[in-house]
Ligand binder design. Structure first.
Ligand code: GLU
Length: 404
């Protein structure tokens, strides 16, 4: 008889990260020689800038290859403190910073540090795929608050107020947003911050796309508009998206010392310090010349304009113009209930994404993974040539759907 090793309750219903799963599938197809256009995962196509790589080489040559302090080296925390001060005029101390293995681990550890079983965490919809599972892994309950394209995915503070209960522990904000690219207004941020202070919950402000903003849109987060909420806020950020450093895995949390200390304790009992070499590289990223960031954002802006133009020309597709990040999130629901040439009914965003992958060889992430089935997400962190090919295929594939 074969024996199936039992798995823990917490993992039985845990779904894999859809963004990473689709990216892995697309990369595997590519490795097999399939001509796939991968617009799934949010990963800048640029190489990591040379001066950052040089700092990593130097770290290796200097033998900086041992354990570091669990929450990150003083030099990197200092660079992070300076960066936050420059961009947001907020002052942090060393003990208020934790460096982690990517922004993702920073969020995970923070949630583990603040969420008790039965606690509720408010998550605006559409949301990044990993927020709800992370809340659940901490034993908490995600509470969803819908936002819609008609209002540019604005936060409705009235709805957030209605979602508050005695169990509300936190809210997760992500502006610019993955997947919508929307940026919350000053008023929306201030209203949420006031609610947090009044009702005593924590704002986890995931600012990972803060450098990728368009049309002169300035750095802004919940604390730059409402510094009084500092003790109620944990800022999350990292080098992945800003400096094309997704594989280096360096992110951070900045927040009240008690929360940072607790989250760092969790890190110390799970992964120890983030990679020592990558930490040195991150110091170079934050303290070095920033022209590389401007160059990448300028390229993203050109690509955004191109993709928006292409989407606008496709009948039945509508798309909010993103103010930041590198995603478009078009509404494709007018194609639901149509049939593929092979006779399959497109009954939602997952079916459409499958059809695009299998028939048109274009990888995109279905909206359902972000909590809203009306949409599909394309990353435009890809060359214009790739985007042209992708949009050509998307348009053609939609045109082949048959009314059922
Ligand atoms: N955050 C990126 C995305 O949404 C990277 C993949 C992930 O960690 O989800 O595509």
């Amino acid at each position: 008889m074969t024996w199936t090793p039992p798995l823990a309750e917490r993992v039985r219903n845990l779904k894999p990260s859809v963004t990473l799963a689709i990216d892995a599938k697309a990369k595997a197809m590519k490795a097999e020689g399939v001509d796939i256009v991968n617009l799934s995962v949010g990963e800048p196509d640029f190489d990591t800038p040379q001066h950052i790589k040089d700092a990593a080489h130097k770290a290796i040559d200097d033998g900086f290859t041992k354990y570091t302090a669990v929450g990150g080296i003083i030099e990197l925390k200092g660079a992070i403190i300076d960066k936050i001060k420059n961009n947001y005029q907020i002052h942090y101390k060393q003990e208020e910073i934790m460096v982690s293995t990517g922004g993702k681990q920073a969020i995970y550890n923070i949630l583990q540090a603040i969420v008790d079983p039965e606690d509720e965490v408010i998550i605006p919809v559409p949301y990044w795929v990993s927020y709800p599972p992370m809340v659940e892994l901490a034993g908490g309950k995600p509470v969803f608050v819908q936002t819609d394209p008609e209002t540019n995915f604005a936060l409705d503070v009235g709805k957030i107020g209605e979602a508050l209960t005695a169990h509300t522990r936190a809210i997760i904000l992500n502006s610019p947003s993955n997947p919508t690219g929307s940026v919350f207004t000053k008023e929306q941020l201030r209203d949420v911050a006031e609610l947090a202070v009044m009702h005593g919950f924590i704002i986890i402000s995931d600012d990972i796309y803060d450098a990728v903003r368009y049309d002169g849109c300035m750095y802004e987060n919940v604390l730059s508009v409402y510094p009084e909420a500092k003790e109620h806020t944990v800022l999350i950020n990292g080098v992945s998206k800003t400096y094309a450093m997704t594989g280096w895995r360096i992110g951070y949390a900045a927040g009240p010392a008690s929360i940072i200390k607790a989250a760092t304790k969790i890190q110390g009992q799970s992964t120890s310090n983030p990679n020592s070499i990558a930490q040195k590289a991150a110091v170079a990223a934050y303290t070095g010349e920033q022209g590389c960031v401007t160059e990448m954002v300028t390229a993203f802006a050109e690509r955004r304009a191109y993709v928006l133009k292409r989407l606008a020309a496709i009948a039945g597709v509508t798309c909010v113009e993103p103010a930041g990040a590198f995603y478009v999130f078009p509404d494709i629901s007018s194609y639901f209930d149509k049939k593929t040439p092979g006779g399959k009914v497109i009954d939602g965003s997952l079916a459409l994404a499958d059809y695009l992958l299998e028939s048109a060889r274009i990888a995109a992430v279905p909206g359902v993974a972000f909590g809203d089935d009306r949409f599909i997400r394309f990353s435009y962190a890809a060359s214009l040539e790739t985007l042209k090919k992708g949009m050509d295929r998307f348009e053609e594939a939609l045109g082949m759907l048959i009314k059922s």
